[in-house]
Design a binder for this molecule. Structure first.
Ligand SMILES: *[C@@H]1O[C@H](CO)[C@@H](O)[C@H](O)[C@H]1NC(C)=O
Ligand SMILES: *[C@@H]1O[C@H](CO)[C@@H](O)[C@H](O)[C@H]1NC(C)=O
Ligand SMILES: *[C@@H]1O[C@H](CO)[C@@H](O)[C@H](O)[C@H]1NC(C)=O
Length: 414
């Protein structure tokens, strides 16, 4: 594995400071005081959400549109009175519905859970890999593979957080009570995937163990910690690297998918043992479909997509089995594979114009994606801000066919 810049020594000094008598009289954990004090010695990442004073958010230049909406199957009551641009759930709920779009329509921001803990790969990493030695994939400027929010950020905003949980590596042993992001570009379920140049899932879990210990001290004991974590959301999205033979040599073995699913189950069990009770999972998407950055030879490698589908199919009974055995465990699987398939089949219904080309060129910095560009792909593999927000919205609000056995919203309301 790549060398990690250790900030733990600093962290322990910090911890000692927190344990001093005056620190012990700090306010209870869910008081706004403590939650807002993100104690980090690195500059905070830019908040890529629009400032609250901006009335129209980041859709600034897009005129409101009224869209025709027909609730043909009678299953889309959420369609009424929402505005497609401002409230993308309308696009998701009713791509062919007629809905009047009023400027004043705003979805109330949900109340976020106490904390959000993120585990996964490049769809979710919001800066960790920039701290590896040597840095791995830092090229987007914000440490994300996106022109704005990545999927972890978009889910954080959708569930009500004003900012995405900070990358664990940037915390350098310090603590943010509202969570952290452990994801790493190129990370695998397997340690060996991607030549150990990323932070594999096993290490991400160890990193959470570090956070957890500090959180326990802040909260004043294991029982309080468990109560806090049981209401928090654990987001997990990993597997795309392990299912690609370029990055995982074990795929030559016909039992590899079963082995990966077994390792996934061990990771979920480990999270459960550490206190996770609400698990939001994002399955593996259409990893075979990727735009070519320069020559635009878009195509889908169906053998890769099929392998992802086989893995996803095995994920369902795995999770159902674990939930039946582990008391109090709730989960939702966001079906990234089927959502992408649906959008790609009719992009314009989802306000996507281009699903074939990436909108950025890493070798051509002058060519950058604007938020208004309705591209699915930001680079040759990862999604644009808009695609991430659309996906997050689908998993949170529904419709139900894109999550099982419940939406992320229902999971958070458990
Ligand atoms: C959208 O519908 C509203 C309400 O009927 C109407 O006032 C407005 O002019 C329409 N906007 C557009 C762009 O058609
Ligand atoms: C992966 O690495 C971790 C720590 O680096 C180790 O504890 C674990 O046993 C490894 N897992 C496998 C399956 O090799
Ligand atoms: C395939 O994987 C199984 C399970 O991990 C292992 O027992 C077996 O030895 C592997 N076979 C080969 C040819 O590597």
């Amino acid at each position: 594995m790549a060398a990690r810049v250790s900030g733990l020594a600093v962290g322990f000094l910090c911890l000692l400071a927190m344990l001093s008598p005056s620190a012990q009289q700090s306010p209870p954990p869910d008081s706004p005081d403590l939650k807002s004090s993100i104690d980090t010695d690195t500059p905070p990442l830019p908040d890529i959400r629009p400032p609250p004073s901006s009335p129209r958010g980041y859709e600034l230049d897009v005129p409101p549109r009224n869209v025709t909406c027909k609730d043909t199957d009678g299953k889309r009551p959420g369609c009424t009175g929402t505005c497609p641009r401002r409230c993308p759930q309308c696009i998701v709920l009713c791509p062919d519905c007629k809905t009047l779009c009023h400027d004043e329509v705003q979805m109330p921001r949900p109340v976020p859970p106490p904390a959000m803990l993120v585990f996964g790969d490049g769809q979710f990493d919001n800066g960790n890999n920039g701290y590896l030695e040597p840095p791995n994939y830092p090229y987007s400027g914000t440490g994300r593979l996106s022109n704005g929010a990545n999927l972890a950020d978009a889910i954080a905003y959708t569930i009500g957080f004003p900012q995405s949980p900070l990358p664990f590596m940037s915390l350098r042993g310090r603590i943010s009570m509202w969570g952290a992001n452990y994801a790493s570009v190129g990370a695998g379920i397997r340690n060996s995937t991607n030549g150990e140049r990323s932070i594999p899932l096993s290490q991400q879990l160890e990193d959470f163990r570090t956070t957890r210990a500090l959180m326990g001290i802040m909260l004043g004991g294991e029982a309080k910690l468990r109560a806090y974590l049981s209401k928090s959301i654990f987001l997990l999205g990993i597997g795309s690297q392990d299912l690609d033979p370029r990055w995982n040599i074990h795929l030559a073995n016909s039992t590899e998918i079963q082995s990966l699913v077994a390792l996934y189950g061990e990771a979920v069990t480990s999270l459960y043992d550490m206190g996770a009770r609400k698990l939001a999972i994002v399955n593996v998407g259409l990893i075979g479909c990727a735009p070519q950055i320069f020559d635009y030879r878009y195509g889908c490698d169906e053998s890769l997509n099929d392998r992802a589908a086989a893995f996803n199919a095995a994920l369902k009974p795995l999770m159902a089995g674990l939930a039946s055995k582990k008391k109090g465990l709730f989960y939702s699987i966001g079906d990234f594979h089927s959502f992408t398939t649906t959008v790609f089949a009719d992009p314009s219904a989802y306000w996507m114009v281009n699903i074939r080309d990436s909108c950025s060129f890493t070798d051509h910095p002058e060519r950058t994606c604007s938020p208004q560009e309705e591209h699915w792909f930001w680079d040759s593999e990862f999604m644009t801000d808009q695609a991430c927000r659309l996906t997050a919205t689908a998993f949170y609000y529904g419709p139900p066919q894109f999550t099982a056995p419940m939406t992320f919203k229902a999971l958070l309301e458990k």
